[in-house]
Write a protein that binds this ligand. Sequence first.
Ligand SMILES: Cc1cc2nc3c(=O)[nH]c(=O)nc-3n(C[C@H](O)[C@H](O)[C@H](O)COP(=O)(O)O)c2cc1C
Length: 346
Amino acid sequence: MKTAIVYYSMSGNVEQTAKAVADAIGADLIRLQPEKAYPDKGAKKFLWGGKSALMGETPTLQSYTFDAAAYDRVIFGSPVWASTFTPPIRTFLRDQAGALQGKRFAAFFCYSGGGGDKAIVKLAKALSIDAFDAAMLLIDPKDKPSAENDKKIADFCAAIGGGKRSVILHTRRLTLRPWREEDAADLFEYARDPAIGLSAGWRPHTDVEESRMIICGILSAPEIYAVCLDDRPIGSIGLKMGDGTDMTDRPDECELGYWIGKPFWGQGLIPEAGEELLRHAFEDLGMRAVWCGYYDGNERSKRVQEKLGFVYHHTTENLLVPQLQERRMGHVNLLTKEQWGKLRKS
Ligand SMILES: Cc1cc2nc3c(=O)[nH]c(=O)nc-3n(C[C@H](O)[C@H](O)[C@H](O)COP(=O)(O)O)c2cc1C
């Protein structure tokens, strides 16, 4: 998911936060600056800005580049002024109203401790949405650094997901964490086995160096996790999104993929990891549906998908398996958020 962080900052608190979030999730920064700067000192500072915010002014902005088509999600960053969002953000919303249609939204505010909740509600209202994918309030994070603010930023980035850094997830027996380069030997141990890769459509790894390259490339994509027992990887599971999947073009849908080393087959570990990853997809990442497929004859994978509640969607007779340059029959299943919610209740 490609994200833009659109922000205004008078004295650097929002700017510092915007940069931290951009670094963590790999977003582009778009800074808004009014042509006529607001006074930033003395009594005028609060009077002018406060009045402008209260009156819903839309100051003219210095030119900025925002290629709306390039982004699936926009995160707004603003100080709280007079319990609302700042006028430069209001100008942006007015000018980009059409371009923002269909995007996902998140927001964060820096403030001194009053009116933050109101500002979130007012910004959501201005965007005509009920709620943000994620929202965060920080008390002057540049001026008053605190562990609490750092944790809030980490949680906000985790809730947004889809960025460079994945979160760490836990199940009863497993930890799901990002792959690390030093996992190469463990990865090779299982991925060298033809029984693993060929049924999923990839060639067995030939040496540790190849495994290392695959960790640095394919497995470093967002939302791809090493399935770990006692912090040692025994398999992989992930949500492929954007260009990483050909099952959907929608930014709020993704594809579940997984494999586990042969010594661990038959213990229900992938369904256990899959359950947690589906929760993460629907609750933390705001997905509306998850796709999952298997090649004809891969009964093990089919059973995993049945256990997780996936519903048959369609079959493709002559599907190209790109890595192996061969054609197979592929079955595709779907699980919507609604179906998942019903399963959780039953
Ligand atoms: C004009 C103005 C109005 C403000 N109104 C509020 C407010 O209603 N509630 C609050 O908690 N802080 C308020 N503040 C404080 C800022 O929101 C806070 O210091 C914020 O962290 C500044 O972000 P920045 O450094 O990115 O500009 C106001 C500050 C200014 C300049």
